[in-house]
Design a protein around this ligand. Structure first.
Ligand code: ADP
Length: 372
């Protein structure tokens, strides 16, 4: 009846989950997509393999993660030809991501005629950003012409985790001001005021903001001109450098925070610096979003690093006592969704496991069946 398949086509992998209501009937990841001889030739092939391997009887809809919804898509939509073309038009804004998402939609539409295909956008949760948050201070006509503005990403995760924070604290979502820190391979911060995204660290693309596994996050745009003019690098070289060879990987040779921390604990200087650069950036965003929100009820850590690194949580929030922010070492060392600040602290610091697939399934169901 309410079976929903979620497809998440990343740049080199396809994740899937089949739900029956809240129950997971099947899930998995096809890796090495596009690596000749080692994995499926392309995303189309990978999605066909997945669909062939599942019993899709009684499927109500397929929910597709789509990274970039541009200005047009502010909520999930059923994909028809016009929507498909509109997502194609956004490809120049997300050349690394949207083509893979579209491949998944194309195959699922062909293979499952009559089953609604729903696009759920990473950008959609951020459509509430105030203009002052979304606007870059460049020539307005140029920005308008080329779609240059802050869109924000990881929206599915920030929405899910901020709502779960309210549940965990037993507070109405509409009244809660939360700073959510999604620290995975990609990483972003979001200020959520009463369920609305009002500031977020990723910008026109997922490159801006926090230090990530392989992305630099914030830097002076002059770095790009300089590498072009003085280093003779092409724009594609620099794009590759900043997206795939920077962040923790660029600073240490390892993109996995576990490895960076192990080396740091062993006294490695490069790893120590990388850990400090990573945490300092987060602290800066927490302070900035505190100032923008005026009042902060909760700070929530999520995703691989956020959920599993007590060291990162402790380091980023150290010395913020004046803001009413503190971490209890014993609670920090625990596990599961929980509050890790001391009892009576002004700001509740939380750890919550994100679940983007579940949120995409929920949104997909809402589109085809109406709100529950
Ligand atoms: P993705 O963004 O690809 O969904 P995740 O949210 O699963 O990734 O985060 C992956 C990252 O989480 C890994 O690269 C690793 O750096 C980090 N991570 C996972 N477990 C730990 C841990 N115990 N300590 C520190 N970092 C961890």
């Amino acid at each position: 009846m309410s079976r929903v398949l979620v497809l998440n086509c990343g740049s080199s992998s396809v994740k899937y989950r089949l739900y029956d209501g809240e129950e997971i009937l099947g899930s998995g990841t096809v890796e090495r997509v596009g690596e000749a001889g080692r994995g499926p030739a392309d995303h189309e092939t990978a999605v066909r393999q997945i669909l062939d391997g599942l019993d899709l009887g009684g499927l109500a809809a397929v929910g597709h993660r789509v990274v970039h919804g541009g200005r047009r898509f502010t909520e999930p939509v059923v994909v028809d030809d016009a929507v498909f073309s509109a997502i194609e038009e956004i490809v120049p804004l997300a050349p690394l991501h949207n083509p893979a998402n579209l491949a998944g939609i194309r195959v699922a539409r062909e293979a499952l005629p009559g089953v609604p295909q729903v696009a759920v956008f990473d950008t959609a949760f951020h459509h509430t950003l105030p203009e002052a948050a979304a606007t870059y201070a460049i020539d307005r006509a140029t920005a308008e012409r080329y779609g240059v503005r802050r869109y924000g990403f990881h929206g599915t995760s920030h929405a899910y985790v901020s709502r779960r924070t309210a549940q965990l604290l037993g507070r109405p979502y509409e009244e809660l001001n939360t700073i959510t820190l999604h620290l995975g391979n990609g990483a972003s911060a979001c200020a959520v005021a009463g369920g609305r995204s009002v500031a977020t660290s990723m910008g026109m693309s997922p490159l801006e903001g926090l230090v990530m596994g392989t992305r630099s996050g914030d830097l002076d745009p002059t770095v790009i001109f300089h590498l072009r003019r003085e280093g003779g690098m092409t724009v594609d070289d620099i794009d590759d450098l900043l997206n795939h060879r920077s962040g923790l990987l660029g600073l240490t040779g390892a993109n996995d925070m576990r490895e960076v921390q192990a080396r740091y604990e062993a006294g490695d200087a490069a790893a120590t610096l990388a850990f400090d650069v990573y945490c300092r950036r987060i602290t800066g965003y927490v302070g900035a979003y505190y100032a923008l929100l005026g009042r902060v009820d909760a700070i929530t850590f999520t995703a691989g690093v956020g959920q599993h690194s007590p060291e990162v949580r402790a380091a980023t929030l150290a010395n913020l006592g004046r803001l009413g922010i503190a971490v209890d070492p014993e609670r920090n060392a625990g596990s599961g969704d929980r509050v890790i600040s001391p009892d009576g602290a002004e700001v509740a610091v939380c750890v919550i496991a994100t679940d983007e697939e579940r949120e995409i399934a929920r949104e997909t169901r809402t589109v085809v069946e109406g709100p529950h």
